[in-house]
Ligand binder design. Structure first.
Ligand code: PNS
Length: 192
């Protein structure tokens, strides 16, 4: 799939990325196996109320990928296919986690093809361990005090903590039975 021109092949990975998750990062890694450069393109959508501003989302992605020249970050408004053409990308990458994603993605891919047949959409599947991860759930879980350590990069956890003014939860809650067992071994604690 790698097509070489002077600057190498470029694929655009568009999205809201509010915020990025490890599922997004997994898709970028996979994209880099096929293309020389992947450009994450954040949609500027005045109709949506995001948690992070566009500038914050750009900064988060830059920090997550600090130093990797093959990953670029940009913002766009208007039609995605127009943006892709403007930056010289002939491929759009989208991640599909489950069948439930497919219908919407399929519609978008076909509409984009109709709008510009020169631009191809490539669907990629993230690792199964991220198949349930979404930006929306990450925000909800964090806001309610849950742990998101394994599903987002550290910079996102830190930014979520700043945004909500709540601390990062480091360790998973121990199951009740185990907690009782430990207390018992240590000679303290009573069975409830
Ligand atoms: O992360 P998201 O919110 O699922 O990303 C959706 C996105 C940004 C890929 C989509 O809304 C988009 O491409 N918007 C740009 C406007 C456009 O081209 N619309 C026609 C799509 S067929």
């Amino acid at each position: 799939m790698k097509r070489s021109n002077r600057d190498g092949s470029l694929a655009v990975f568009p999205g809201s990325f509010d915020p990025i998750t490890n599922g997004h990062l997994d898709i970028v890694d996979r994209g880099l196996r096929l293309f020389d450069r992947v450009r994450m393109a954040i949609l500027v959508n005045p109709d949506k109320q995001p948690l992070f501003t566009v500038e914050e989302r750009v900064a988060i992605i830059r920090e997550a990928y600090r130093g990797n020249p093959r990953i670029e970050v940009d913002t766009f408004s208007g039609l995605l296919v127009d943006y892709a053409q403007r930056v010289g990308a002939s491929v759009i990458i989208r991640g599909i986690r489950a069948i439930s994603d497919f219908e919407y993605e399929f519609q978008m891919a076909l509409m984009n093809r109709r709008l510009n047949p020169q631009i191809e959409t490539v669907f990629m599947m993230p690792a199964e361990s991220y198949s349930y991860v979404s930006s929306r759930l990450v925000k909800e879980v964090f806001q309610l005090g849950g742990r998101v350590t394994d599903v987002v990069p550290p910079v996102v956890e830190r930014r979520l903590s700043d945004k909500y003014g709540t601390p990062v939860r480091r360790t998973p809650a121990a199951p009740r039975a185990r907690r009782r067992g430990r207390a018992h071994q240590a000679g303290g604690g009573h069975e409830a």
